[in-house]
Write a protein that binds this ligand. Structure first.
Ligand code: FAD
Length: 380
């Protein structure tokens, strides 16, 4: 519904107005589809197909490029999983520092509560907590002020986003924060500028004072060597096997059992997002996902922990479990653990679109972008 409403506006209107952040409840220049893409209720092919039914590829060029930015970040991270591991290690250390250093704790709390005295920043912190969404430009300004004006560690800001965004994504969020900090594109930072904020908030925040005047890149180790994306072993169950499907917080749809020729006898769902932060997730994220699950798979059994997976498999006498592939992030570790400790074999299945697109994220986005027409002809 949201996609159908937005599709006719994905051409010139989007290209001209997408950078304007009009505030909560008024984000009509952008699609706000990211939580659905994040949970894979929609994939990039679905979105581009709907848009290309309404406007030409030329008109939708900017929108289509943004949609594939997401894919690019996913593919980039998939080939450098150590970046996520390093972020998680940093976060564990910073969690400890926040507990033990009262100065850091107070500055971090003020930023998360929107009590810094920087009016637009405080507004965005509260908008994020109250709605689970921020406009892309607000995310850029917010991250820049967090890092360069408030001088807080970028990892704590990325964690704040990941706990509250309905579209919070291990790859897209981490790499976007790294990009603002000048780590992702070496030496290139993003500086929030008062006149740019005034213009693109349509005059809601004019004459913001006290922002950093420069943004020196944050020092960090260079990106690890790229490694090939792992091949997944094919499904090896027998035709008569009783198969269960586990949907999860990185793919709530898993539309592949038709192509595998399998009809699962039961479906379950597991949400791993609580494991991605040492702090509590926003309840809004869980509420959004529960509602989504009720829409897409109303009969799915919600698994609470590792033991409930074993109980579910035993109750349905499962010979085999299939699960959508878990990209870099919290769910990947859960599936690894289950595979090691469980009695029922688990086969992960990656979507064709990801198998085709992710390996193309070898270097910068502009190299990746050359493949978009080909990806569109295959998947849109
Ligand atoms: C610091 C920071 C953190 C971010 N964290 C996340 C995150 O956790 N999850 C997430 O999905 N996006 C993240 N983004 C990217 C972007 O802000 C959101 O995808 C976008 O704002 C979602 O709103 P929309 O659906 O209305 O986007 P639209 O403008 O309508 O774009 C359509 C789709 O394209 C993709 N897209 C758009 N802009 C970007 C972008 N800059 N990078 C990657 N994909 C993009 C999204 O899937 C989006 O739904 C982050 C950006 C920044 C600067």
């Amino acid at each position: 519904m949201r996609l159908a409403d937005f599709a006719p506006h994905a051409g010139a209107n989007y290209a001209q107005k997408r950078n304007f952040d009009m505030g909560a409840g008024a984000h009509s220049h952008v699609s706000t589809l990211s939580p659905y893409l994040r949970m894979k209720v929609l994939d990039e092919g679905d979105v581009c197909r709907a848009v290309l039914d309404e406007v030409t590829a030329r008109e939708a060029d900017k929108f289509i490029a943004e949609v594939w930015w997401r894919t690019y970040w996913k593919g980039w991270m998939e080939q450098r999983p150590a970046v996520w591991t390093a972020y998680r290690d940093d976060l564990t250390r910073l969690h400890n520092e926040v507990q033990t250093q009262s100065g850091l704790r107070q500055r971090w709390e003020a930023a998360c509560l929107g009590q810094t005295g920087i009016k637009p920043f405080d507004h965005w912190a509260q908008e994020l907590v109250q709605t689970g969404y921020l406009h892309n430009h607000a995310r850029m300004w917010f991250a820049s002020i967090w890092i360069f004006t408030l001088k807080l560690p970028w990892q704590l800001g990325a964690d704040f986003f990941l706990r509250h965004l309905l579209d919070g994504d291990a790859a897209v969020n981490t790499l976007s924060w790294r990009w603002v900090a000048g780590i992702q594109t070496q030496g290139k930072t993003y500086l929030a500028d008062p006149s740019n904020i005034a213009k693109f908030t349509d005059g809601r925040f004019v004459g913001v004072q006290g922002l950093a005047a420069e943004a020196q890149p944050i020092s960090a180790p260079s990106a690890p060597e790229r490694q090939p994306i792992s091949e997944l072993p094919p499904y090896s169950g027998a035709p008569a096997d009783r198969v269960g499907l586990v949907l999860h917080s990185d793919d709530i749809m898993a539309p592949f059992h038709d192509t595998l020729g399998i009809t699962p006898v039961t479906t379950a769902y597991f949400d791993a997002t609580a494991a991605q932060s040492p702090w509590q997730m926003s309840p809004m994220v869980a509420e959004f996902r529960t509602a989504l699950l009720r829409d897409v798979s109303p009969d799915a059994v919600v698994l609470e922990n590792d033991a409930s997976l074993a109980d579910w498999a035993a109750a349905h006498q499962l010979d085999h479990i299939i699960a959508p592939h878990a990209p870099v992030g919290a769910m990947r570790s859960v599936l690894r653990r289950w595979r090691k400790s469980g009695d029922t074999p688990i086969t992960e299945v990656r979507r064709e679109i990801d198998t085709a697109a992710w390996p193309l994220a070898t270097a910068g986005f502009f190299k990746f972008r050359k493949h978009i027409p080909d990806l569109l002809s295959k998947f849109a």
